[in-house]
Ligand binder design. Structure first.
Ligand code: ADP
Ligand code: ZN
Ligand code: ZN
Length: 678
């Protein structure tokens, strides 16, 4: 296909087409080459495209082939590695090449440019890349301990593909290792680029600060979806043009164009935000490893609680395992204790032992953090007389009660409505808020600890721009005694005076139907616990539970991730579950559940006629069977080996795309390779 100078250009666009489209190169010269961005017409629309090669022969009659509308010579072509990498990702996740390549371009390059485009980009380019300012003098870099030195040595020594799992408890100095490895790389090769992926940027200004302090005068850019389009495009260009040395980004940054990429780091590699939740369901962690392999460069996956998929790779010797078993500072690991809820029945979510511990902590002038993974006041409102429960009219879920606005909220589709004055079914006026959310816990804590200053941090309290930063600043400044919140308070923060962590509803995850739930619970508790005792204060983690005998808690109390991982993996091996078998999930959405299930049934029948090693399970409603008025069903697909699964999916999906669904039955469907939630 890549005959240079051929009269035709092969172009990929963001549409579900199996093959690149062919266009005439036209009058273009130099700029019409593989990797070049261009504008082409598809049907009646003009869309962005990426040229993936030239060819000399026309696939159809010459006169049916359109010319490329415009070559964007202002943008340097994407390199051959980037093209093969996006091609790999598309094949692996069963999408069109252009469906990966074009959305990977920055916002300003995804739409065909208007007439004034040239000028505005130029402007973007000038603002690109924030070189860290000069003084004040950088804070001292701690002397690396023996384990850190060994880790940096091992990572920085090679310039070949060497996947490394850096398993270190929170506060063990993993970030120090990343920074030192980048430092070593840039000392050896000042024009090299490093990619540092994090689950979430907005909530971790500390990491940005550390990077800027450490790499003064070097260009560091951030890439994440929260950036304004112009800023993100500028950052993308700085990376693409090799001006940025370090790219700090969320999952989408794994697709950044980085011509001098020599080191990839995935922090908190187990975090579920590395898996895209809509569109192409890629795993940025898995793709980072693949990208490193294609480039022949080192990749580091760091975590206190690695994903079991990753742990298994290390156990098999495919990833090198490096351990940081101790906290880097003098601080001891907090002590994990269980509060048996059967003996200490919580009142409005708070048990007496936890209340007492909070009181003592506040009295000592220290801070506490109370974690609950549910926002709102209560997850449901009920009528004790007839059993009515508040539900979202458009989703198959309860509607949560928010006291802040006196309304019922659906946390899935955003529906909201005032709480009815009386039960809509029987007229009873005594409706009851059942269960706990952050708002109610905040209220309970305020009543139980009248002397304490309490602050809630969740998605609702931080909706305003800057609100999250302000709240976190208040904690750091010591203006808060007890912080109550969701996952948002668990990630990454270095709260110096927190010496007590309370976890109030861990059980919700213990009894989940998802086989990954224990793994996630373990990771969450370790992560929340990691917020305690960072500056050396003796600290405790109190977990309220009705199942104190559960083996997961025994492992947690010893911070025994390895033991936990071994037993979980043994269970998964026995049950034939990932990572011991590759899976894919076909999901369908339709106006009725029957239609969605029927579509999957047909797809299954089609799959079964193909002589393949794949197993297609019964179609079932999704755990959230109705979302925003749309019914959803799913079907699990397995094969004994990855290659067999990929080959089956390719052929099967091709035939599904060609097939026509009966008129009026309009079904939307997606494939997800390596699904994380089943
Ligand atoms: P992690 O990323 O594993 O949570 P960090 O790299 O953030 O750990 O380190 C935790 C804290 O310990 C930070 O305040 C850091 O400055 C400090 N630290 C890291 N390494 C050392 C060291 N070798 N000696 C002293 N302090 C260290
Ligand atoms: Zn009722
Ligand atoms: Zn809803």
């Amino acid at each position: 296909m890549t005959v240079d100078g051929g009269a035709y250009a092969e172009i990929v666009v963001d549409l579900p087409v199996g093959q690149p489209l062919t266009y005439r190169v036209g009058e273009a010269g130099e700029e019409a080459r593989a990797g070049a961005c261009c504008v082409v017409q598809v049907g009646r629309r003009e869309v962005m495209g990426v040229c993936v090669g030239r060819s000399a022969r026309a696939p159809v009659a010459e006169e049916r082939i359109r010319p490329v509308k415009r070559w964007l010579g202002e943008i340097a072509p994407l390199d051959a590695h980037w093209l093969s990498f996006t091609c790999f990702a598309a094949e692996y996740y069963q999408y069109g090449w252009g469906q990966v390549a074009v959305p990977a371009l920055p916002p300003l390059l995804r739409e065909p440019p208007g007439p004034r485009w040239g000028a505005s980009l130029r402007r973007v380019r000038q603002s690109g890349g924030t070189a860290a300012g000069d003084p004040p003098a950088p804070p001292a870099v701690p002397d690396a301990n023996a384990e850190q030195r060994a880790a940096v040595e091992a990572i920085a020594a090679g310039d070949c593909f060497a996947p490394t799992l850096l398993h270190g408890v929170t506060g063990s100095g993993k970030t120090e290792v990343y920074l030192a490895a980048i430092e070593r790389l840039l000392a050896r090769d000042p024009l090299a680029q490093a990619l540092l992926l994090v689950p979430e940027i907005g909530l971790t200004p500390q990491l940005q600060g550390r990077l800027h302090d450490r790499f003064r005068g070097q260009s560091i850019v951030c890439l994440h979806s929260g950036l304004p389009a112009a800023e993100r495009s500028a950052a993308w260009l700085a990376a693409h043009e090799g001006r940025a040395r370090i790219v700090l980004g969320t999952r989408l940054a794994v697709f950044a164009s980085l011509p001098a990429l020599r080191l990839l780091i995935v922090d908190e590699e187990h975090d579920t935000s590395y898996k895209a939740a809509d569109g192409i369901r890629y795993s940025a962690r898995d793709l980072a490893v693949k990208r490193a392999q294609m480039l022949g460069v080192p990749v580091v996956l760091g975590s206190a609680t690695p994903a079991l998929e990753t742990w298994e790779q290390a156990a098999r010797g495919r990833y090198r395992l490096l351990r940081l078993p101790r906290r880097a500072t003098e601080a001891a690991q907090p002590q994990v204790e269980l509060i048996d809820q059967r003996q200490h029945k919580p009142a409005n979510g708070l048990s007496e032992p936890l209340r007492e511990a909070l009181e003592q902590t506040v009295a000592r002038g220290e801070q506490a953090l109370v974690f609950i993974n549910r926002r709102g006041y209560a997850p449901v409102v009920s009528c004790a007389a007839c059993g009515w429960l508040s539900a979202c009219p458009k989703c198959a879920v309860f509607a949560a009660f928010h006291k802040t606005d006196g309304a019922l909220h659906c946390h899935h589709c955003g529906w909201r409505s005032r709480v009815p004055r009386a039960c809509p079914t029987c007229g009873n006026q005594n409706l009851e808020a059942v269960g706990q959310g952050t708002q109610r816990l905040e209220e309970t804590l305020a009543a139980a600890l009248p002397a304490a200053r309490i602050l809630r941090i969740d998605r609702d309290s931080t909706r305003r721009r800057g609100a999250a930063d302000a709240a976190l600043a208040a904690v750091h400044a010591g203006e808060t005694d007890v912080l109550v919140g969701t996952q948002m308070i668990a990630k990454g923060h270095d709260f110096q005076r927190v010496s007590l962590v309370g976890i109030v509803n861990a059980d919700a995850q213990l009894v989940s139907h998802d086989f990954r739930a224990p793994e996630r619970l373990f990771a969450t508790v370790v992560q929340v616990a990691g917020r305690a005792g960072r500056s050396g204060l003796p600290s405790r983690v109190l977990v309220q539970t009705r199942f104190p005998e559960h083996p997961l808690f025994a492992a947690l109390r010893r911070f025994d991730y390895e033991g936990f991982a071994r037993s979980q993996l043994a269970e998964r091996r026995a049950a034939g579950m990932p990572p011991f078998i590759p899976q894919a999930l076909l999901t369908a959405q339709a106006r009725t559940l029957e239609t969605a299930l029927a579509f999957l049934g047909q797809a299954r029948a089609l799959g079964q006629t193909m002589a393949a090693a794949a197993t297609l399970y019964d179609p079932v409603p999704m755990p959230l069977a109705r979302l925003a008025g749309v019914f959803r069903a799913q079907m699990l697909i397995e094969a004994p080996r990855r290659g067999l699964l990929q080959a089956f999916l390719r052929e099967w999906l091709q035939r599904l795309r060609e097939g026509r669904s009966p008129p009026g039955s309009r079904v939307q469907w997606q494939i997800e390779v390596d699904p994380q939630e089943i």
